[in-house]
Design a protein around this ligand. Structure first.
Ligand code: NDP
Ligand code: ZN
Length: 180
């Protein structure tokens, strides 16, 4: 049983690494993009104490459909229906305008499944830590500020899911959202 769990996790990490191979994060080091999904999965285990295999697999795959040529059918073929559904829940509809996508993330957060909420919490925590560490090239301070305010709204609709992750999100939001 352990063998199949290890194999399932590595299969996802490998799939995501291949799909994100030519992508970089928006930081000055141009960090390989794969650091992000691996880091999100690591936040779930190391900080959130989440060990549910479906959640960890979905975390590793969570940006493949949104940010690469990967389709949900492809995810289902390789990893099954359960993981497809979680990945689908955390994937923005790229056909919509950006502002509408951001609005819908806030709305959809509320009614997402527990497993999708876990992935979203860890994803937001990773991205907010990235933004706190360094402003992406070309971003104005206003854009960073807007991002923290929007993330606070998303996180507000993910509550009651994981105490540790929510506490750490509250702390990073508190440090970066200044009244007035
Ligand atoms: P983007 O959605 O374009 O970028 C943020 C996303 O990039 C994160 O959610 C994360 O997503 C990924 N990412 C990659 N590297 C990093 C990193 N180092 N730090 C943080 N995130 C990283 O940003 P916005 O949400 O700001 O853009 C969308 C909105 O902003 C739109 O409404 C647009 O109209 C507006 N906009 C505003 C501008 C302004 O100056 N105010 C300028 C341009 C657009 P993932 O988890 O998927 O990797
Ligand atoms: Zn992400």
């Amino acid at each position: 049983r352990d063998d199949s769990i290890v194999a399932a996790i590595i299969k996802c990490a490998n799939f995501a690494a291949i799909k994100h191979a030519n992508q970089r994060r928006k930081d000055s080091e141009k960090t390989p993009y794969i650091n992000h999904p691996i880091g999100v999965a690591n936040i779930l285990t190391d900080e959130g104490h989440v060990y549910d295999l479906d959640v960890i697999q979905a975390a590793l795959l969570h940006d493949t459909v949104e940010d690469t040529d990967t389709t949900l059918d492809e995810i289902e073929r390789h990893f099954g229906k359960t993981i497809r559904t979680i990945v689908d829940e955390v994937t923005d509809d790229k056909n919509l305008p950006k502002a509408e996508r951001k609005r819908l993330q806030v709305v959809h957060a509320k009614t997402s499944s527990h497993n999708a909420k876990l992935v979203k919490l860890a994803d937001k925590l990773y991205n907010l830590r990235d933004l706190e560490r360094e402003t992406p090239e070309g971003w104005t301070p206003e854009r960073v500020k807007e991002y923290f305010l929007w993330a606070r709204d998303v996180v507000g609709n993910l509550r009651g899911t994981n105490d540790v992750l929510e506490q750490k999100l509250d702390e990073v939001l508190e440090r970066n959202i200044h009244k007035n």
